[in-house]
Design a protein around this ligand. Structure first.
Ligand SMILES: NC(=O)c1ccc[n+]([C@@H]2O[C@H](COP(=O)([O-])OP(=O)(O)OC[C@H]3O[C@@H](n4cnc5c(N)ncnc54)[C@H](O)[C@@H]3O)[C@@H](O)[C@H]2O)c1
Length: 320
């Protein structure tokens, strides 16, 4: 039997998941909810199933096994709690929230119900990441340098810090999460942010540049920098340094540099499709073992990025 899926949010990201899920034979899309009725109707018309404007009605009326939640970061919380209380597996897009307290409330419900859960940190599913993890397994990472240098997303909610959480929390979160995945938990964070180049953008209160220094529990140290001021020259990635070894993950491209030798490979694969396949299979088999980012793990990445924002605001180092 196919896994019956509903969507809360029918915007850009969930449309991406719908496209992937349409290629997965064990997935059946049956419910589409958005507070914008046109968006819900358009998805229902394209993929079959029923449109809704109220997620509670969808949870009640549609016969669902799982729910994908991809809404603006500030809108998370009640949506997940309602889905989990209704016994549905949940796939939540990053960042899981913009409040640690809200995320803890969702986690409590997940722990109570035991539903399958996954977060859309798809960099964890890239083949470049797999290969990097294998190489790093026998090495002590001393330092990481991450960066997310790009442009400003077009959606209106992104410009407001009280809705998106800002650049560390929203886009650059992928790099914080990848660093956590490969190097482990973070102990302390110290960060700076500024609004330097985009002061002419109407309604913007998100800093457009930022840098965070971190100490990991393992003892490794690192920095992650971010900017949204570029209209050209998108560069995102993570460099990891060990003795006589540099590993660079830039998108799905991996460069490994050792004394006398540097090799760059592009392993291929589609991490977004892989994470959806794994989630559907986990729900179908009631076995979450292949899921690489649980809600609990996603909430830990949120805590690091919120700590960076807190540090930038207070000028103090924040312990996690
Ligand atoms: N994994 C990735 O690489 C990636 C890429 C892009 C976006 N995202 C994430 O996906 C999330 C959504 O981003 P997006 O680009 O799809 O935004 P979007 O603005 O295109 O879509 C969000 C949709 O949610 C709807 N919505 C808001 N509140 C709702 C509610 N209570 N019930 C039902 N629908 C509601 C909005 O009307 C909108 O249609 C964000 O958290 C973003 O960070 C992840």
């Amino acid at each position: 039997m196919a896994v019956k899926i509903g969507f809360i949010g029918c915007g850009g990201m969930n449309r991406g998941h719908m496209k992937s899920l349409s290629q997965i034979k064990d997935a059946q899309m049956v419910g589409f909810c958005d507070i914008d009725p046109d968006r819900a109707r358009a998805c229902a018309a394209e993929y079959g199933g029923s449109p809704f404007t109220d997620h509670r009605l969808m949870l009640k009326q549609a016969d669902l096994d799982a729910v994908y939640v991809a809404v603006p970061p500030h809108a998370h919380g009640t949506l997940e709690i309602d889905a989990v209380r209704a016994g549905k597996a949940i796939f939540v897009e990053k960042p899981v929230n913009i409040s640690n307290e809200q995320a803890r409330k969702v986690l409590k419900e997940i722990d109570k119900s035991g539903v399958i859960n996954s977060v859309g940190y798809h960099w964890r599913y890239m083949e470049a990441t797999d290969q990097a993890a294998r190489i790093l397994r026998d090495n002590t990472v001393g330092m990481v340098i991450g960066y997310w240098m790009g442009g400003m997303p077009g959606v209106a909610w992104w410009r407001r810090i009280e809705q998106s959480g800002g650049q560390f929390v929203e886009q650059c979160t992928h790099i914080f999460d990848l660093a956590r995945y490969l190097v482990g938990d973070v102990k302390t964070v110290s960060a700076f942010t500024a609004l330097r180049a985009l002061q002419d953008v109407p309604d913007l209160n998100v800093p457009d540049v930022g840098t965070a220094s971190m100490e990991f529990r393992s003892g490794a140290i690192g920095t992650i920098s971010t900017s949204c001021i570029l209209r050209q020259g998108f560069e995102v990635g993570l460099r990891l340094f060990a003795k006589d070894l540099m590993v660079h993950i830039g998108g799905n491209q991996l460069t490994v540099t050792k004394p006398g030798k540097s090799e760059t490979i592009t392993p291929g694969g589609n991490a977004n499709l892989t994470e959806d396949k794994i989630f559907v299979s986990a729900v179908k088999s009631h076995n979450p073992s292949k899921i690489r980012c649980t809600y609990e793990d996603g909430a830990k990445t949120l805590a690091v990025t919120l700590a960076a924002m807190e540090s930038a605001g207070t000028g103090r180092t924040v312990s996690l």
